[in-house]
Design a protein around this ligand. Structure first.
Ligand SMILES: CC(=O)SCCNC(=O)CCNC(=O)[C@H](O)C(C)(C)COP(=O)(O)OP(=O)(O)OC[C@H]1O[C@@H](n2cnc3c(N)ncnc32)[C@H](O)[C@@H]1OP(=O)(O)O
Length: 453
């Protein structure tokens, strides 16, 4: 059972408890506080935090009602913030030089299996304070808190692929950008069923969350969505046209019985483009038939000759959906969800398995959380990971040696341990052990994270 993570200052707007001094960062103090969801006028500390985050990402800083809307959404996510401030500064009156937010959402580990994951976001350091260890201080502190609170894994999406491995994160899911050529007559390999209806994006407020929850339950590698989706898919950002909408289009698929099974949002890229095209925003399908119907709709839009999608699974489903697979062009493939195992037994017990097996893993972990020699035994779909050695002399020889970053990358089965062996990231001590681990962790469904955070 996951313990609630103490946030230090609770939900008040004052600075409350004592800030933590960091020995490695003289002159700075770490404050931890919860997002209250209150408007900027009532919670200047959160308003300053959010402003600093946007600045450090080089983004436009929201003000007025637009800022209040984001503050409210972050309150709904129950985010905890960590900020590094000049010693003695009041966070209600000063900007942090470092920011870090975290919140708990479900991570789908298999069909029908979930665990509570520690999601990390808004990690920024002011450009004048970079490369002094501020990120390291925040990350180490918050991973320890998450582990102490009983959360078995942490997760994030990375701005750069070279930052987070040192903290034990491994890329566990991948995504791609695709351009689908829809010029002329486009056919699907199989006919679609049910009906498609154009709706006002605001109508998605009712069905969007429940359809996403059902799609999530079928998609290992996906996590619960942040509250901001309720605004983005209903086209109601206060920062844009004062929340009155910006021309986002939305279509819902109903099955033959009239039950909504999926939806898609998309935006026209404009007549000034050489090729008239639309860009997909959110695509949620709870059945294979719904997925086909949504694509049937997209590829047959009048006047549109290309459909762009930046969060497509890195599989061949779309290619197989169309009669002509060459209409799908992949323009970018990237890591997406980075996972970090914090509690080996709890993480491995929380997923499903297709076969029995046993493998001994020697795991290195610079932060200690997953370090040791683990015997992973799977029987009848249930895994038990037992620590057989931690430091000291060896009673058992490992089958594989690997860093926690690799263990975390292969955990969901979307990345192959055998492939990592070939890349030199996993060391095999018993021939065939990496292939065995790959087979043991194979997922019942393609591993994909349907959302960003
Ligand atoms: C989960 C997310 O929110 S992803 C978004 C991350 N944020 C951004 O990209 C915004 C712009 N960048 C920044 O704000 C900062 O440069 C950060 C957050 C990436 C790094 O913060 P810093 O305080 O400079 O990092 P810090 O000094 O603690 O470095 C910790 C380690 O990471 C390494 N590191 C830091 N930044 C990078 C980078 N961009 N690429 C590769 N390695 C990096 C450091 O070399 C150091 O390595 P070591 O401890 O093994 O020697």
């Amino acid at each position: 059972m996951t313990q609630p993570i103490e946030t230090g200052t609770g939900r008040g707007t004052g600075t409350g408890t004592q800030p933590e001094r960091s020995r490695s960062l003289p002159g700075l103090e770490m404050h931890r506080f919860a997002a209250t969801g209150l408007p900027a006028g009532q919670d200047p500390r959160m308003a300053r935090m959010l402003t600093a985050v946007e600045r450090n990402f080089y983004e436009e800083v929201p003000t007025g009602a637009a800022l209040d809307q984001v503050l409210e959404l972050h309150g709904r996510d129950e985010r905890t913030y960590v900020g590094l401030y000049d010693a003695g500064a009041d966070p209600a009156e000063s900007d942090p030089v470092g920011s870090f937010s975290s919140f708990v959402k479900p991570l789908q580990t298999g069909v029908g299996r979930q665990l509570d994951a520690f999601l990390i976001s808004e990690v920024t350091v002011r450009s004048t304070h970079r490369r002094r260890g501020i990120l390291r201080t925040m990350m180490e502190s918050e991973l320890s808190r998450a582990a102490a609170g009983g959360l078995p894994v942490a997760a994030l999406t990375a701005s750069e692929a070279t930052i987070y491995r040192r903290f034990g994160f491994g890329a566990a899911t991948h995504q791609r950008s695709v351009e689908v050529d829809t010029a002329g007559e486009v056919t699907l390999a199989s006919t679609s069923t049910g009906s498609m209806n154009m709706v006002d994006p605001r109508d998605l407020a009712e069905i969007g969350p429940s359809l996403y929850a059902r799609a999530l339950a079928q998609t290992p590698g996906s996590v619960g969505r942040v509250a901001a989706y309720a605004v983005s898919e209903t086209d109601s950002w206060r920062s844009k046209n004062d929340g009155r909408g910006t021309g986002l289009l939305a279509a819902v698929h109903h099955d033959e019985a009239g039950t909504p099974r999926g939806y898609v949002t998309y935006r026209f890229n404009g007549w000034d483009q050489k090729v008239p095209s639309v860009k997909v925003g959110v695509l949620v399908a709870t059945t294979a038939a719904s997925h086909r119907a949504l694509w049937d709709h997209l590829v047959n839009l009048d006047l549109i000759r290309r459909v762009d999608w930046g969060l497509a699974p890195d599989d061949r489903l779309l290619e197989n959906l169309l009669s002509d697979s060459r209409r799908v062009k992949t323009t970018r493939t990237e890591d997406h969800l980075w996972l970090r195992v914090l509690d080996v037994p709890a993480a491995f017990a929380a997923r499903s398995y297709q076969r029995d097996g046993e493998v001994v893993l020697a795991v290195t972990d610079p932060l200690g959380h997953a370090a040791g020699m683990w015997r992973l035994v799977v029987r009848d779909g249930t895994a038990c990971a037992v620590l057989v050695e931690q430091g000291g002399s060896r009673a058992t020889e490992p089958d594989l040696s690997l860093d926690v970053a690799e263990l975390s990358g292969v955990y969901l089965g979307g990345v192959s341990a055998e492939l990592l062996r070939q890349a030199g990231r996993v060391t095999e001590h018993r021939a065939g052990a990496a292939a065995e681990l790959t087979a043991l962790l194979a997922s019942d469904r393609p591993v994909f994270c349907m959302t960003g955070f």
